[in-house]
Ligand binder design. Structure first.
Ligand code: FAD
Ligand code: NAP
Length: 560
């Protein structure tokens, strides 16, 4: 009998949380602390989400570990010691398992259970989930912590299934200790995952072939072990650092705040700052000047600087040219960080295949066939990314009674209000959903901010004798408009990044993420709540919710 059989009585749960990555785990902690009866369903065999699934060689965060971590507990942040500037996947997975253990969260997390459908009953004001284990559970509220990058995507290449060697996707890597020594390995893709994996795969491979369609910018990570003194100082400064991160543009306190436009300074001053940022490593490079992601000419100065760096690192000038992006602005696609990425192409056992010049025609039993050549392989690695942002939600049959499904509602793209809810789907919350800053920020503060907002909202409903919340569609449309206006101030919509919507059926696309400052966004969400949930429609269904108690709308009081 499934261990939650006893809760399968229709109405004993307050909240169903789907997904046990950083978002689902924190949602359980926070909502349980607020007195809600919560159960988390996770498709995987362990918690951790991204860090459970992405065990490929080199997988690590590109936000500094001390910032890519929960801030909700002073005890937790004081007792945990990050070992590296950018923690590797095993360490991050250990961390989230530690959190689950420390706060005794496991009993309310059901692993190996995929939520297949979610149906809301208008009459009863309940969501009912059906899982792939055949269980049926109901709850008043749903919190979708299903992840923006949790559904791996394969390349649409003819014959992929006919390859007879071993195949792996970076987002479904079977084990940290997969041994590929002496193999002929092909990697399709050169995004963040590939850029981390390629140097380490090259060390193992007899021969490595990288099939590149679009080159990406890669900043040197400059990863290092963290000195005890650094950790001591960071821990002492945590309250200030966390506050600064929450108020910052991208959820990072350790990034500098740019002061001047790139074109307002002399070439030598600009080059000197670029050199400093390159030497410092990481994504802070983009924060060198105020206009790097808003002004094409400013952007070009940074592009040229990086093109020069690639030329100095890669001995073969033709390969250096192939590795240099020419089709997008720096920062308009999420830049990558890596260790020895460009240098790897100096190795004798590494071949870069430019599939724009020599397209892949098909995958065959023995390898990859391009127009000009057959590349024989033992192993084919798909580093081809994810069904990003909406993939996991699309895989669940979500509807209100037998009405329109979420997929139908979002056919032209995912519209939400603040990225938190979508009109017509009451009591259905999204964590870092489309329309929020989400994957353009440090995701840990973004997750905490969303979960805290949801927690405060549920507390408010409960204390006000309410039990239903939906979105006023006019506010949702205005929000979509606002997303476009914000994005249009930047170079981001000009790229073909995986987060840029394309028009469907002639309807103009809108930008699916909030590119304004994370701090500004947080203030907006707080203001909406403080004003009594402007743009949301709050109501009471049925008679089980009449006990009105005095509640607090002051966030700090609710979350203490
Ligand atoms: P996830 O970690 O994706 O967890 C979602 C979970 O939901 C998954 O475990 C999935 O199995 C489960 N799920 C989905 N659908 C269902 C269903 N129907 N039923 C049951 N369970 C379901 N962000 C940063 O800010 N900094 C970084 O450095 C960074 N590095 C990254 C590196 C990689 C390789 C990748 C892929 C992403 C990275 N990200 C990074 C983004 C990362 O996804 C987030 O930082 C964060 O881990 C997301 O947490 P989450 O809980 O929202 O989603
Ligand atoms: P991705 O950025 O979407 O990259 C996918 C790659 O596959 C691209 O290079 C793409 O080329 C290529 N590709 C897809 N189909 C192809 C085809 N048919 N033929 C040739 N190439 C093909 O995916 P990702 O690298 O997994 O990264 C996704 C996101 O996860 C990142 O943007 C980041 O947010 C996060 N991430 C972060 C880190 C980190 O450093 N902490 C590490 C990994 C992932 P095109 O560009 O031409 O489409």
């Amino acid at each position: 009998m499934p261990d939650n059989q006893q809760i399968d009585n229709g109405k004993s749960l307050d909240v169903i949380v789907v997904g046990a990555g950083f978002a689902g785990v924190y949602a359980l902690y926070r909502l349980r602390k607020l007195g809600f009866n919560v159960r988390v369903y996770e498709a995987g065999g362990g918690v951790g989400g991204t860090w459970f699934w992405n065990k490929y060689p080199g997988a690590r965060c590109d936000v500094e570990s001390t910032e890519y971590s929960y801030s909700f507990s002073e005890d937790l942040q004081q007792e945990w010691n990050w070992t590296e500037r950018y923690a590797g996947q095993p360490e991050i997975l250990n961390y989230i398992n530690h959190v689950v253990e420390r706060y005794k969260l496991s009993p309310d997390i059901q692993l190996n259970t995929r939520v297949a459908s979610l149906v809301y009953s208008e009459k009863d004001n309940y969501w009912t989930a059906t899982t792939d284990q055949g269980e049926v559970v109901s709850a008043r509220y749903c919190v979708m912590a299903t992840g923006n990058l949790s559904v791996p995507k394969l390349a649409n290449i003819k014959g992929l299934e006919s390859f007879t060697g071993d195949t792996y996707h970076t987002g479904l890597w079977p084990s940290n200790s997969l041994d590929l020594r002496g193999k002929r390995i092909g990697v399709i893709g050169t995004g963040s995952s590939a850029i981390q994996a390629i140097p380490l795969l090259a060390e193992q491979a007899e021969q490595l072939y990288v099939f590149q369609r679009s080159p990406n910018y890669c900043f040197p990570a400059r990863n290092r072990m963290l000195e005890p003194e650094y950790l001591t100082t960071t821990k002492a400064n945590y309250p200030a650092l966390r506050k600064a991160a929450r108020n910052s543009a991208s959820g990072n306190a350790l990034y500098s705040i740019p002061e001047k436009p790139a074109l307002s300074v002399s070439t030598s001053e600009r080059e000197a700052l670029y050199e400093e940022r390159w030497a410092g490593g990481g994504l802070n490079f983009l924060r060198a000047y105020t206009d790097l992601v808003t002004n094409k000419d400013a952007n070009k100065t940074a592009q040229d600087f990086i093109a020069g760096k690639i030329l100095t690192k890669v001995q073969d000038k033709a390969i250096a040219q192939t590795l240099t992006p020419k089709d997008h602005y720096l920062g308009s696609r999420r830049p990558c960080t890596g260790t020895n990425y460009y240098e790897t192409y100096n190795r004798n056992n590494v071949t870069l295949v430019d599939v724009r010049k020599d397209p892949i025609t098909q995958i065959v039993a023995k390898g990859v066939q391009t127009e000009k050549e057959l590349y024989p392989l033992d192993v084919l690695v798909s580093a081809t990314g994810f069904e990003a942002i909406t993939g996991a939600l699309k895989n669940i049959a979500i509807s209100v009674d037998q009405g329109q499904t979420l997929n139908q509602t979002w056919a032209a793209g995912p519209k939400t209000y603040l990225g938190l809810m979508t009109a017509g789907f009451p009591n259905f919350f999204l964590v870092t959903g489309p329309g929020s800053p989400s994957i353009l920020t440090n995701m840990l503060p973004a997750i905490e901010q969303h979960v805290d907002w949801i927690g405060c909202c549920l507390h408010h409903l409960r204390t006000q004798g309410l039990n239903r919340i939906d979105v006023d569609i006019t506010y949702q449309d205005d929000w979509a408009q606002h997303l476009n206006e914000q994005a249009a101030k930047t170079l981001l919509p000009l790229s073909s990044a995986w987060y840029v919507n394309t028009p469907v059926d002639g309807e103009p696309a809108w930008f699916p993420l909030y590119v304004g400052s994370f701090g500004v966004y947080t203030d907006k969400c707080d203001q909406v709540a403080a004003d009594g949930y402007t743009g949301f429609v709050l109501s009471t269904v049925g008679s089980d919710c009449t006990n009105r108690t005095l509640g607090s709308l002051v966030k700090e009081a609710v979350l203490q």
